[in-house]
Design a protein around this ligand. Structure first.
Ligand SMILES: [Zn+2]
Length: 80
């Protein structure tokens, strides 16, 4: 499923030609412990679809749930 926003012209250059990465990615949650160490928790992240403008390379992210590219209930791998 393509969102209407995915059909809009590129906000950077106006092109209407895009390509979409074949698999969803995740915006990982960043966690900092009490001593300042930082870790990334992909399992608490947001699944996204990556769409790039074919002319200028401007990248846009869309919710993979909204595009239908993500099955709710499947756990994301933890990124450390
Ligand atoms: Zn563009």
């Amino acid at each position: 499923m393509a969102l209407d926003a995915m059909r809009s012209p590129c906000p950077h250059c106006g092109s209407t030609v895009f390509y979409k990465a074949p698999d969803p990615y995740v915006l990982a949650k960043v966690v900092q412990d009490e001593v300042g160490n930082i870790s990334f928790k992909g399992s608490a992240g947001i699944p996204v679809v990556v769409v790039a403008c074919d002319a200028c390379g401007h990248i846009q992210l869309f919710s993979a749930v909204k595009t239908g590219d993500w099955n709710i209930g499947v756990e994301l791998p933890v990124v450390t």
